[in-house]
Design a protein around this ligand. Structure first.
Ligand code: CO
Length: 134
């Protein structure tokens, strides 16, 4: 069902400083900032050629990464994203195998305007996993 690693997401306390590190110090190509109010984050993507890093900063008072940031004030790896051909198949497979889909159980539109779902990390070896339809 799963395909390529689409990205690894790193939650950061300060997006400007994170962009400075990856763009100016490490010399990577970094996208423009994008606010995703539906996900409670502001994101940029760092292009690595074979995959990407997604740098996340909390957006708004009820950001889903607020708890993570409280536990990891310096930042940390938050989730990784695997590509799937069909988000509905991914959803069905998850539900049939007791992998909890976060949120209201419906796919949301992710940072690339593609449908995504997240699986509860307790059901996926302690890692928050995002599936993105490509
Ligand atoms: Co992501």
């Amino acid at each position: 069902m799963i395909g390529k690693l689409n990205h690894i997401a790193i939650a950061v306390p300060n997006l400007d400083e994170a962009v400075h590190l990856y763009r100016d110090v490490l010399g990577a190509q970094v996208s423009a900032e994008e606010d995703l109010p539906e996900h409670g984050v502001t994101t940029v993507f760092v292009e690595l050629g074979n995959t990407k890093l997604e740098l996340l900063q909390a957006l708004g008072d009820n950001s889903p990464i607020a708890k993570f940031m409280a536990a990891n004030p310096a930042g940390g790896i938050h989730h990784f994203c695997l590509e799937v051909d069909d988000i509905n198949t991914a959803m069905q497979t998850a539900k049939q195998n007791n992998l909890r889909v976060l949120g209201d159980g419906k796919a949301k539109t992710g940072a690339h305007d593609k449908p995504v779902i997240f699986i509860h990390p307790k059901d996926t070896l302690g890692c928050l996993v995002e599936f993105e339809q490509v």
